[in-house]
Design a protein around this ligand. Structure first.
Ligand code: MG
Length: 373
């Protein structure tokens, strides 16, 4: 049985709705990068426990990907690490970053084989370029590039991090508190991935699979004499609007659920709760825009959407083209990728009695091909 736990840091700190595609969610084949890297460590069978830190708003979603120990991260790398360390019960702990996606197993073995040499075992790379500091050429033999993963005595690392001082790596915290550090030869495969371009250099990362995911959504809103009617982000000339916490755009609500359903993220009520006053009377196109951004953040592209509006009134034929263009703008798709149908229910049921409108929507997603970005 191994006496080492591994912590994988994947709690990127971009805010939930305001991010481009996040590194940890880039797809490697069918798996997000964090899962691909985690599986490699699990399959190595070198660790007693594998602990992943996730962004607080992503942790639940990460757990839906499999039986992983996901700990909610904090504001900084160090806060996230401290949270994860509280789950470590083994004498040794290795800490890495999911952005280092292709670490050679020989480097992991070298770290483990040297674990008795000091409180912290650190891979380093030597400088091969001439280095000039403030106008003077300095002795490059004295310069070391520190890498992760690093292997530490768990108790020593836990104590070293009982501080407000932020360290950029574990060994610096350990040395600052009187601990010892031992350097071993690092490896170019432990390169950190900071930009999408760095990914291309990592040969173990295959491009995303061509998987297509489908989702459906359904919503009903009752008519209400107050307010104007909006459907698919288009103002409808009708004497009544919809009863709702938001602007009542029932078509966009169904579409958001279809998109979230395809991604397996949840539903509109989870993301934009109607108990939250932020969303009172809100323009639903803003909710759709946030949803589209969120999908991108998680590495999803939208392929198409299709909507059926069931309404006895209003008559929608004159609005359909405008609706397709408006939704196309919001989903960043040409209108041909937005299906839009309207039907009555032959005067049957609550729709036929003119009490409200029901909408069904479906959507398909793919994985963004980061090799083409
Ligand atoms: Mg609704």
């Amino acid at each position: 049985m191994s006496d080492i736990s591994i912590i994988l840091l994947a709690a990127g700190n971009s805010t939930r709705f305001e991010c481009g595609i996040k590194k940890q969610w880039l797809r490697i084949g069918d798996l997000p990068l964090w899962q691909f890297v985690t599986n490699r460590f699990i399959e190595s069978k070198k660790f007693a426990d594998v602990i992943i830190t996730g962004h607080p708003e992503e942790a639940d979603y990460m757990r839906l990907h499999g039986n992983y120990t996901v700990v909610k991260g904090g504001e900084s790398r160090q806060d996230s690490l401290k949270s994860a360390l509280s789950h470590v019960h083994t004498p040794y702990v290795m800490v890495t970053d999911v952005a280092r996606g292709c670490i050679d197993s020989k480097l992991i073995s070298r770290l483990i084989d040297n674990r008795d040499k000091a409180d912290s075992i650190v891979p380093v790379l030597h400088m091969h370029d001439t280095v000039v500091y403030k106008g003077n050429t300095i002795d490059r033999a004295e310069l070391l590039r520190i890498q992760t993963p690093q292997l530490s005595v768990s108790g020593v690392l836990k104590s070293a991090l009982k501080t407000e001082t932020e360290y950029t790596d574990d060994s610096s915290a350990i040395v600052a508190t009187g601990g010892t550090r031992h350097f071993i030869e690092g490896d170019e495969t432990a390169r950190k991935l900071t930009t999408i371009a760095d990914l291309a250099a990592l040969e173990c990362l295959q491009k995303p699979s061509a998987t297509i995911l489908t989702g459906n959504g359904f919503d009903v809103h009752a008519f209400d004499t107050s307010g104007k009617m909006v459907l698919c982000g288009v103002d409808i000339d009708h004497p009544v609007g919809f009863k709702a916490h938001s602007d009542g755009d029932v078509a966009i609500h169904a579409l958001i659920d279809a998109l979230l359903g395809a991604a397996g993220i949840g539903d509109i009520g989870m993301l934009f709760p109607d108990t939250d006053d932020t969303y009172k009377g809100i323009d639903s196109t803003l909710l759709l825009t946030k949803t589209v951004a969120l999908l991108r953040c998680y590495g999803f592209g939208i392929v198409n959407a299709d909507i059926t509006i069931a309404a006895q009134t209003p008559r929608l034929a004159a609005y359909k083209t405008k609706m397709r263009h408006r939704l196309g703008e919001l989903l960043k798709l040409p209108p041909v990728r937005i299906g839009l149908k309207a039907t009555t229910t032959e005067k049957l049921g609550f729709i036929g009695r003119n009490e409200g409108v029901a909408v069904m929507a479906s959507a398909t997603l793919n994985y963004i091909d980061w090799t083409q970005l």
